[in-house]
Design a protein around this ligand. Structure first.
Ligand SMILES: NC(=O)c1ccc[n+]([C@@H]2O[C@H](COP(=O)([O-])OP(=O)(O)OC[C@H]3O[C@@H](n4cnc5c(N)ncnc54)[C@H](OP(=O)(O)O)[C@@H]3O)[C@@H](O)[C@H]2O)c1
Length: 325
């Protein structure tokens, strides 16, 4: 038997149960991974609360983990039992000792990257890869605004942006988070819990404003974000930590300066094994070179997934959090 977190109804952390299941055998094209570390992500909270509907209930939770291949299904050629691997996509159910998922969503880990680092950075780091290198390929010299810069995705973004020569202005909600974002390479920080973000961006950029805004906070920051952009530049809305952005009148893009907007997802970018391997290769290079260091600030036993989610949702975490099966 193996432990697995599941939920039968949406709601608060109390809906998460830990149960014993008989591990499934991998079908054709699938692998079974024995998780050694599991990543905690905000998207897990969207599924638990019902903001994003799970395909069916009861449902497993989580999409990010790292460990060892235990069994491979028919037709799998690029992985074998004993391989050290990581993944960040696929069916819900990574909050478990064992997880069966399509082999095309799983990549082999270089020897230099340990499983905890992998579980703490696959989903968040691949997200930063596509946001900085694909959604708007940055060349260096740009000024960008990044909300929640001391969080899991934000901490990686500060370091990756710095290595590209991009000036990242990070928003945060406390002086401690500001100091962390700056240590990670943010060019400047703004405490959006007490400062006027638009005015501060104007001061910091000498009135020029930003080339791109990366907004994962959503409802609370949408309009402020648009006001921080240069004319004809890009708003990337990629998350809903404060709630979903709804009821947008598209005319606002005209009023705020002929702006562009995109609402991307990791699955939309890592949509084939070849693309996933390429994106993971860039992430692993950043980790191996030390340009990106993953800060695992919090570790919880798998059974305490609800407590870990409460801390993430309550803005009490910085960097990455992992669950240990
Ligand atoms: N589209 C994609 O492909 C994709 C992929 C990965 C992640 N994401 C998104 O990226 C964001 C960051 O994910 P993460 O897992 O790394 O989380 P995180 O950044 O570690 O945590 C979320 C942070 O958002 C900030 N926040 C602002 N308003 C909040 C509110 N009302 N409630 C809770 N937090 C609030 C908090 O930082 P402060 O206290 O500093 O405000 C909090 O620490 C999430 O929105 C997630 O959905 C999107």
């Amino acid at each position: 038997m193996a432990k697995r977190i599941q939920f039968a109804r949406t709601g608060g952390p109390e809906v998460l149960d830990i149960i014993d299941v008989t591990p499934a055998e991998p079908g054709a094209g699938e692998v079974r991974v024995r998780n050694q570390a599991v990543g905690l992500n905000f998207i897990d909270i969207y599924f638990r609360t019902g903001l994003y509907p799970a395909p069916s209930l009861p449902s497993g939770l989580g999409t990010e983990g790292a460990g060892e291949i235990e069994a491979v299904g028919e037709g799998v050629t690029h992985l074998e039992a004993g391989d050290r691997v990581a993944y960040a996509q696929g069916p819900l159910g990574a909050y478990a000792e064992q997880h069966v998922l399509p082999a095309e969503k799983v990549v082999a880990l270089p020897a230099s990257i340990d499983v905890e680092t992998a579980a703490a950075s696959m989903l968040k780091g691949l997200t930063v890869q596509y946001l900085l290198r694909q959604t708007c390929p940055l060349e260096g010299g740009e000024t960008i605004l990044w909300h929640a810069a001391a969080g899991g995705v934000g901490s990686i973004a500060c370091q990756w942006a710095k290595s590209l020569g991009v000036k990242l202005i990070g928003t945060v909600s406390s002086p401690e988070k500001a100091a962390l974002a700056e240590r990670n390479g943010a060019w400047a920080t703004i405490d959006y819990s007490r400062e006027d973000v638009v005015e501060r961006v104007r001061e910091l950029t000498g009135g020029a404003m930003c080339d791109v805004v990366y907004d994962s906070v959503g409802k609370d920051t949408w309009e402020t974000s648009l006001d921080c952009l240069k004319p004809r530049s890009l708003m990337v809305s990629f998350g809903n930590a404060s709630g979903a952005v709804e009821g947008v009148n598209i005319g606002i893009l005209n009023q705020k300066g002929s702006l562009f907007v995109t609402r991307p997802s990791l699955n939309g970018y890592a949509d084939s094994r070849e693309r996933l391997e390429w994106m993971a290769g860039e992430l692993f290079e950043m980790l191996e070179s030390g340009k990106v260091k993953v800060d695992i600030s919090h570790r919880y036993p798998l059974a305490e997934a609800g407590k870990a989610q409460e801390a993430l949702q309550g803005r009490k975490t910085t960097g990455s959090t992992i669950l240990l099966p």
